[in-house]
Write a protein that binds this ligand. Structure first.
Ligand SMILES: C[S@@+](CC[C@H](N)C(=O)[O-])C[C@H]1O[C@@H](n2cnc3c(N)ncnc32)[C@H](O)[C@@H]1O
Length: 549
């Protein structure tokens, strides 16, 4: 399809400055109400409306870019299509009745041209009409209402709109005399002739298209060939649109460059060019973003996007389809990109590192979550108690305290837990597993936190201090136990006598009175004691040490 856009045309004038066309003057008497067949001047009859032949009319012409595209224009998006009215078969005045509401047929402003089509409202640019309806004929009937149709670059047949019973309102559109008058561009698309506004049309303005050189000549319109604005094909050659887009991007890039100090301009421009021109189809899709175009709309919710693939992926939300499956753990998901991220879990690589504490992880999302610790950010708050945390998962787990939900069950003893980790630790009771071993004393335990606490025994540090007596210790639990000394409460009662005490260790020692058990034995004389302090005092007999009074 090759449209024709009329550039300033020279009208034929006589010596007195009047237009040359005696025959047309006669036709000017045609009344608006009298929409009978307009008889063409004899001289016009040899012509038909004609576009330049094109090999492929599957490309859609964009009047603003003056380019053709396979599909919609990537810059300006789709056309707004105004359909003709539906008219039942057999209506002898079908052509007039197909006229859309916002248009009217009345006497043309072009002297002697008969009827024409006017807009009652303002029409924006990129409004498409068509196809031009009529009878398909193989020979040019020279009716003056014929469009030549091309197939694979060769003249194929004509669409003749002479008969008002078989044509549509487009038959009334006249030929523009000058570029300034022209507001429609004609093009062939998929075997049909379409007209499209390429600039806004004011109310009461006549719709005018260009009929082609030969027909125009017959109508006394002389066009300056040098001013002809011919469309270039986008396919197969580098087109100006890419250049224009490139230039726009470079302009933006230069503005942004001010903020990018250490990037060389040439390098930056090169990158931009690569981004834009590397892949033509990507550019086409990319340009939709600039056009603000969202061609693809979800039929279920209000989601819309500018890529068909995005809509396809989106639809999986509604269908529940999860076509991607992990071969390692069976995890399924809706998007290949999610699977790519998931697979990092199964790799050993920890490519995301915290700059603050050196923590490394496999996923960028984990690092993001981790960074909340340093930011002191606690986004997630419990609605029941004052608990807050920086991970949604932690809040979810926490909420089980309030709901009583215990989804983790032990298959062996029926133990239930609200945390998977707790069940995992619990299972060690049944397996006897104690995966944590102290390198210093061989102590083993089930949990890493227990090992951490244990390791304090081997350190010299005594970070816990009693505020009452200044006693220091290595573990918080020891301080907690110690604090009972300063309280009046005597938690432990002997079941045999009336002895009570504050510490469990004291009760253990006391019970030896009743059992006769003597744990502390002198290595020198074999004497036995039930208290370590008694053995210590006894040892002075052997060492000769005297207690300072
Ligand atoms: C497709 S018809 C257009 C509708 C026509 N005006 C009618 O009343 O039916 C084409 C004919 O309209 C007339 N016409 C269209 N454009 C014209 C122009 N610029 N100057 C003179 N006549 C024109 C010519 O007679 C031409 O053959």
């Amino acid at each position: 399809m090759v449209p024709l856009v009329l550039k300033p045309a020279k009208r034929k004038l006589d010596k007195a400055g009047d237009q040359v066309s005696a025959k047309r003057k006669k036709k000017a008497k045609t009344l608006e109400k009298d929409k009978t067949e307009y008889l063409l001047p004899e001289s016009n009859l040899a012509s038909c409306m004609n576009l330049e032949p094109s090999d492929n009319d599957h490309f859609l012409y964009c009047g603003e870019c003056n380019k053709e595209f396979e599909g919609d224009c990537p810059v300006h998006g789709p056309y707004n299509f105004i359909k003709g009215k539906e008219v039942p078969e057999g209506d002898p005045c079908r052509a007039d009745h197909t006229l859309p509401d916002d248009l009217e047929i009345k006497t043309s402003k072009i002297f002697g041209a008969g009827l024409g089509v006017f807009s009652k409202v303002r029409l924006e640019s990129r409004i498409m009409f068509g196809p031009y309806r009529g009878d398909t004929i193989s020979d040019n009937h020279k009716s003056g209402y014929c469009w030549q149709i091309y197939k694979e670059g060769k003249a194929s047949h004509y669409v003749d709109a002479q008969n008002k019973a078989t044509s549509n309102w487009m038959r009334y559109i006249n030929c523009a005399m000058t570029e300034a008058d022209q507001n429609l561009v004609a093009f062939q698309y998929k075997g049909g002739i379409y007209y499209c506004t390429f600039k806004p049309v004011s109310p009461e303005e006549e719709l005018l298209v260009y009929y082609g050189d030969e027909y125009a000549r017959k109508l006394g319109i002389n066009r300056d060939k040098n001013l002809l604005f011919r469309p270039k094909y986008v396919n197969g050659e580098e087109s100006d649109i890419l250049q224009t887009v490139m230039e726009k991007h470079l302009k933006n890039a230069k503005l942004q460059k001010k903020n990018i100090e250490n990037k060389d301009e040439k390098e930056y421009n090169g990158e931009m060019w690569n981004n834009i021109s590397n892949n033509r189809s990507h550019l086409k899709t990319h340009m939709r973003i600039h056009a603000g175009e969202k061609l693809y709309k979800c039929g279920v919710c209000s989601y819309e996007c500018n890529q068909s693939g995005s809509l396809k992926t989106h639809m999986r939300i509604h269908t529940g389809e999860k076509p991607f499956k992990c071969e390692v753990c069976g995890y399924t998901c809706k998007q290949s990109s999610h699977m790519k991220t998931h697979m990092k879990i199964h790799s050993e690589e920890r490519s995301f590192k915290c700059e603050v504490c050196g923590y490394a992880c496999k996923l960028s999302s984990s690092l993001k979550t981790h960074m909340r610790i340093h930011a002191g950010e606690k986004l997630y708050k419990c609605g029941v108690c004052s608990y807050e945390c920086n991970q949604s998962g932690s809040l979810k787990t926490h909420m089980r305290i309030h709901t009583g939900d215990k989804p983790y069950k032990c298959e062996v003893c029926g133990y239930e837990s609200n945390r998977s980790f707790t069940l995992k630790t619990h299972m060690m009771i049944h397996t006897g597993e104690k995966p944590y071993k102290c390198e210093v004393c061989g102590y083993t335990c089930k949990q890493s936190s227990h090992m951490k606490t244990h390791m304090k025994i081997h350190s010299e540090e005594r970070p816990f201090k009693c505020e009452v007596c200044g006693y220091t210790c290595k573990q918080s639990s020891s301080l907690k136990t110690h604090m009972r000394i300063h309280s009046e409460e005597r938690l432990y009662e002997c079941g045999v006598c009336c002895y009570t005490c504050k510490l469990s260790s004291n009760m253990k020692t006391h019970m030896m009175i009743h059992t006769g058990e003597k744990l502390y034995k002198c290595e020198v004389c074999g004497y036995e004691f039930n208290k370590s302090t008694n053995l210590k005092r006894h040892m002075r007999i052997h060492t000769g040490d005297r207690v300072q009074e």
